[in-house]
Design a protein. Sequence first.
Length: 181
Amino acid sequence: MRNFNLLTLAAATALASFAAACAAQEVSASGTQAEPLFVRDAMQEEVNPAIVAIWDVTNNAYNDDGELDAALVSADQWESLARQAGVLAAIGDRMAAASQLRAASEGNWTTGGYEVPMDQVQANLDADPQGYRDMATSFAALSRNVAAAAAARDLQAATDLVGQMDSECSACHQQYWYAEQ
Ligand code: HEC
């Protein structure tokens, strides 16, 4: 009986924290709709670290003859690839759902002389916010395909898709970051 109670308690605690995690997610998921999405902050804090971790796996999957070799990818690396692709899918979804797109948070607005000013990025975003959301939707879908290829341990598909992802980074940057004025 005592054990049973302890188990029930453990289960209840686990459920409670699971429910709390879900609630927190719900708040941030719906919150991002109403609250601004800060593009620069998302790029620096989420997108860039995730893609660096992804490249760390795919760039090291070539043997000495320059051929892809799945034997070079460890279980941890497959898992990392899937997880980081999931991170990119999530941020893609949030960018796609954002009702307000802000170039950067207030404290992150300052740029160096060689960087595109955030006022300019904001103007680019304001000129075609729906185009941005559409690109973010496609980026999220592609990220999910990378995650699926990683889950299936299909190295050729994963590297092809990561290559496509690089093009999607560039396409969006071309239009919304260093657009020709
Ligand atoms: C849907 C649009 C979009 C996609 C997709 C996108 N970015 Fe960005 N990214 C932007 C915009 C807009 C900026 C300019 C604002 C800024 O300076 O951060 C930016 C800026 C950046 C920056 C500069 C951050 C800084 O210090 O100012 C990095 C790094 C970056 N992106 C990496 C990436 C990578 C890598 C990918 C692909 C895996 C990617 N981005 C995909 C829109 C996008």
